[in-house]
Design a protein around this ligand. Structure first.
Ligand code: 5GP
Ligand code: ZN
Length: 114
């Protein structure tokens, strides 16, 4: 999608700090981090939200989840605990409509989130 911010990051048209990449996923640091580790994991193809990703073929959602865990290991937060969040829909706080998993860690977190 030509007007999608994260498609532009995937296409390297907009810079981002990439921390992990596979054939079908890209992970880069959130520009406005909410925790010491705050990385966004996206499929390289465009899916608007987690609901669309869940219906994607051939294990793409699995790839995104595996990439999120690989990022947590790489960032050193897998042992201490981390959170994987898909804000899905504007009512849940989604602002960029190219599905992304937030990987958050490195600080104590409370539940429920705000
Ligand atoms: P959402 O609110 O859709 O769940 O999350 C969108 C996230 O994208 C936010 O945490 C926001 O800080 C991040 N973000 C917005 N624009 C950019 C950008 O241009 N580069 C990067 N790396 N992150 C961005
Ligand atoms: Zn996109």
């Amino acid at each position: 999608m030509s007007d999608c911010l994260f498609c532009k990051i995937v296409a390297k048209e907009i810079p981002a700090t990439v921390v992990h990449e596979t054939a079908r996923t890209l992970a880069f640091r959130d520009v406005n981090p909410q925790a010491p580790t705050h990385v966004l994991v996206v499929p390289k193809g465009h899916y608007a939200d987690a609901a669309e990703l869940a219906q994607a073929d051939d294990g793409l959602a699995d790839d995104v989840l595996k990439a999120a865990h690989a990022v947590a290991v790489q960032e050193g937060v897998a042992e201490t605990g981390y959170r994987v969040v898909f804000n899905t829909g504007a009512g849940a706080g989604q602002t960029v409509f190219h599905v992304h998993a937030h990987v958050l860690g490195g600080r104590t977190m409370t539940w429920p989130p705000g």
